[in-house]
Design a protein around this ligand. Structure first.
Ligand SMILES: *[C@@H]1O[C@H](CO)[C@@H](O)[C@H](O)[C@H]1NC(C)=O
Ligand SMILES: *[C@@H]1O[C@H](CO)[C@@H](O)[C@H](O)[C@H]1NC(C)=O
Ligand SMILES: *[C@@H]1O[C@H](CO)[C@@H](O)[C@H](O)[C@H]1NC(C)=O
Ligand SMILES: *[C@@H]1O[C@H](CO)[C@@H](O)[C@H](O)[C@H]1NC(C)=O
Length: 432
């Protein structure tokens, strides 16, 4: 009789310990939206048709691919502003981040191929909106010229008041920022004295409306700045752009990451340390390994050649010999039915296609084969009258040596970036 009252409080203590332990150890998950998704406040107001949306995404991809190519180019990178000032090429997925004290909420674009974090601030010249007011934050600080962070930003400048500024290009934009520090809150985790750029001036159409959160690996990236918290580990599941009900997420840190997941080694290009290079060994269409010259997939840090996972490009882009090989085999397996085009897609069918007759497509990475579900390589018009193979050859008006595994091919998968163990994992997960 006596044991029960004693047992109950200890059970209670044990339970509450477990509970509070469980609470503090919650994974850091941020909701991820597609910029065009019906739930996104940044969706274009004119409600474009399916065709227009696809064409717009292709145009943005061209600008994006040109930007990525200029990043990896053997020569000193300069960004040709070939795709016009009206083209917004900013990345397509956004997350909610809170800056300052009290917090000001922003919907920042995610870009895994970039290290920078920058946001439009009060008095910005050329920003489409100003969303962050430094004077309303009690924890906001400017970084002085002598600070180590000032040596790590791209294009450092020292202002008259001896605070640090940074001048760089992003896509087709040139951006000038005041190097700043403030508290950043991601989900439940505060990151004090996070270094970022407060945009003072920008030109061109690539600056995301509410700023950019880079997930690259460089010294000033979010990952480097939060190493103690997140150990340079993250994963995401990107929802389909058409979905309204989704649970897309960005998960920061080792907690709650997939354990049994197929992985492939990450390669490092010292000239472009922020890009996530992997090795592709081949591509299968149906059961056939397509005959593609190995040079199409060769990794070469000097020329920048190789294959990257990019969250900001919509449709996978392969160097010409690889794309032609995949496309021809795909067409053949579609029974040589009449093909049509849609913008940059050259393998579309206007007849309702028989889903069962469509061959699978498998990316063979070093140590990991990923067979894409149809939703990851086919797009269908709203009425199902057009179906296209949603990949393309790298645009040939600039010298592209880069294969880009784009977000359409990553959607509804968990993509796990494990930098300490130098690997990327992929597993199927429905999040849209
Ligand atoms: C920043 O860069 C742009 C273009 O690269 C240049 O026109 C501008 O003068 C630079 N600003 C400063 C303050 O150096
Ligand atoms: C989204 O989910 C809500 C509730 O779960 C449901 O009522 C709604 O119909 C769904 N919308 C779509 C487009 O599936
Ligand atoms: C498709 O075309 C190729 C080359 O012209 C030919 O070898 C193949 O037999 C054709 N396949 C079908 C199913 O008609
Ligand atoms: C990937 O597929 C190829 C061809 O089917 C096979 O030879 C290879 O062993 C597979 N690799 C892995 C890691 O499963």
């Amino acid at each position: 009789m006596k044991t029960l009252p004693l047992l109950l409080p200890s059970l209670y203590i044990l339970l509450s310990l477990t509970l509070s332990h469980g609470l503090t150890k919650k994974p850091t998950d941020l909701e991820v939206f597609h910029m065009y998704s019906p739930s996104s406040p940044l969706r274009p107001r004119n409600n474009p048709s399916w065709e227009d949306t696809v064409l717009q995404m292709q145009t943005k991809d061209k600008a994006r691919l040109q930007f990525l190519t200029s990043l990896v180019a053997a020569k000193k990178s300069s960004v040709p502003i070939g795709y016009g000032k009206n083209i917004v090429q900013s990345p397509t997925y956004i997350v909610k981040a809170v800056f300052g004290t009290p917090g000001q909420t922003l919907l920042m674009a995610l870009d895994n191929s970039n290290d920078n974090a920058f946001i439009p601030c009060t008095d910005c010249v050329g920003c489409s909106t100003t969303v962050f007011a430094p004077t309303k934050s009690s924890t906001y600080k400017k970084v002085p010229c002598g600070a180590p962070q000032c040596a790590q930003v791209p294009g450092p400048l020292c202002s008259l008041d001896k605070t640090c500024a940074s001048n760089f290009t992003y896509g087709s934009s040139s951006v000038q920022t005041r190097v700043s520090q403030d508290t950043l809150q991601l989900a439940q985790d505060p990151v004090p004295t996070f270094t970022f750029g407060c945009i003072e001036k920008t030109t061109g159409g690539s600056t995301p409306p509410q700023g950019l959160l880079g997930l690259g690996r460089g010294p000033l990236s979010l990952l480097s700045q939060t190493y103690n918290l997140y150990k340079s580990t993250f994963s995401y599941c990107l929802p389909n752009f058409k979905s309204t009900n989704f649970t897309g997420s960005l998960r920061l840190g080792p907690l709650g990451q997939p354990v049994n997941i197929k992985t492939t080694p990450l390669l490092r290009n010292p000239r472009r340390s922020s890009l996530y290079y992997v090795k592709v060994v081949g591509i299968k269409v149906g059961s056939k390994v397509v005959d593609i010259p190995p040079s199409a997939f060769a990794f070469d840090p000097n020329s920048g050649a190789g294959t990257i996972f990019d969250s900001g490009t919509s449709f996978t882009s392969l160097v010409k010999p690889a794309y032609i090989g995949v496309r021809d085999e795909f067409r053949k397996r579609m029974g040589n039915a009449t093909v049509t085009t849609l913008g940059g897609f050259d393998t579309c069918y206007n007849v309702p296609v028989i889903i069962k007759a469509i061959p699978s497509i498998t990316f063979m990475f070093d140590g990991m084969n990923v067979t894409l579900p149809q939703d990851n390589f086919l797009i269908h018009s709203s009425f199902g009258s057009t179906t296209c193979l949603a990949m393309a050859a790298a645009p040939d008006n600039f010298n592209s040596v880069l294969n880009v595994i784009a977000n359409m091919q990553q959607q509804n998968h968990r993509i796990f970036y494990d930098i300490p163990n130098s690997r990327i994992g992929v597993s199927r997960q429905m999040c849209s």
